[in-house]
Design a protein around this ligand. Sequence first.
Ligand SMILES: Cc1ncc(COP(=O)(O)O)c(C=O)c1O
Length: 542
Amino acid sequence: MVQNLGERPPEGVTTAKREPTESPAGGFCTLPLLRLCAQPFALVSGISPSPPLHQRPAGVYAFRRNAVNSAVTMAGPGSSPISHSSPASHSTSEARAALLKRATRAAIDYLDGEDARSVAPSPRAVAALGALRGPLPPGPTSPETVLHLLDEYGSPATVAKTAGRFFGFVNGGCLPAALAASWLVSAWDQNAAFFVQSPTAVTLEEVALDWVRELLGLPEGTGGAVVTGATMANFSALAAARHALLQRAGWDVEADGLFGAPPITVVVGEEAHSSLTKALGLLGLGRNRVIRVPVDGQGRMRADALPHLDANTILCLQAGNVNTGAFDPAAAICPAARAAGAWIHVDGAFGLWAAVSPKYRSLTQGFEQADSWATDGHKWPNIGYDCGVALVRDPAMLRAAMSIEAAYLMQSERREPSHYNPELSRRARGVELWAGLRSLGRQGMAEIVERTSIHARHFAAGLKAAGFEVLNEVVINQVLISFGSPERTLRTIARLQSEGTCWCGSTVWQGRTAMRISVSSWATTRDDVDRSLAAMIEAAKE
Ligand SMILES: Cc1ncc(COP(=O)(O)O)c(C=O)c1O
């Protein structure tokens, strides 16, 4: 039976995830990892099972005043530093600890309940979000009440993404180590703009960037930025490309803008992701002012159909089509493009990670010859939202495009993140990237790539055996299914989503309406695939 989102499982129903039955490269096990994450947290914080969230707390102002009074009385001129055991500061930190324990308990209960509930939220839960609307109250609300409101109304109206049966878009599920890191990052509240603001955040970001470079098989010396996702990674890398090409032409685009600048030719595949064209628009290069290269039946750019390339050209390749998973033939395209002096950019939001697996690495051959790359931490590596990575072979080009100057900002010799990113103030998301990758290691990352790709093939084989059409060559983790007429396919998807065992979205692939299955979560097991297959076949019944 599928439960409504947010309802707690009935007494005695186990919500723990089962062991994966399939592990291509040596037993990647979901349960121990989760335990590793959750248990120390529970032990250290002494969380008791599910305390009610709605007990009335002390007001937020009283909470603050205690801290201020404590500081005033304890830190007068000539006095010793504030004693952390003073009754006032003790009660303040106790109140905060109680709140955070409740939040932790709510989060753990939420995660434990995900496997037993509908993946999509129930219409009732979505309608109940109305309780969170309304005007901002004139006075304060206690943090406990705020947390209660979030858990009571927010949790049930979320989509159950981490349990392993969400196959929409290209969404991973957050790894336990990345989730634990994000809790710590929130507690640290670091601004990862400059080293002086957070040596930890900046150091871990640098380490993580180099791990990503190495995992993807990219050249040493490549530098980059940790951004919010592949859209901003495409934007950042293309900003570096724009700078480099116009600098060569004697034009300072950051200073003088694009009005009157020498023209740049941008070449993209017919199947370039919409976020790439959006980034081109944001950069003033135009969403439509591009040459579109024809593609084959899988969405791969046709190397024989490339236009003339020269040193004024940005050529955008794709590693992993969002629908089919197909890769542009980089090995056939890049040598000539490099010889012509074109800047080669790769949108490898998820597909580039295939480079980590010895089994799938050949798909990424040639992409290492590019000048810049965009990828995501929150897709195949399962780092959690949000996390993208822009990498540039010559980091000086990225710095030239992104650097920021003001008398109060650091211009040190070291790599300062804000000179490489679109943002100034920014979350320390590099810490989560570091934690997730550290927990996986190269082998764990390769296992995610291989296991999800095996699951994708299992979906394709199961649906084909049931009489449905697989529209793509399943090269990695993406599957396109037609259940017959467009109407029947859309009806099947709607039934599947409301039935709740799993979630898939729709697309139109080269004129055919299809259901997209993207197996991107580390947590998906063979059992999840089998249960989802059964639900899909049932939903397709007329
Ligand atoms: C190939 C490709 N590029 C870019 C993106 C955009 O990524 P994000 O949503 O992280 O900005 C996607 C998203 O699915 C994608 O598949």
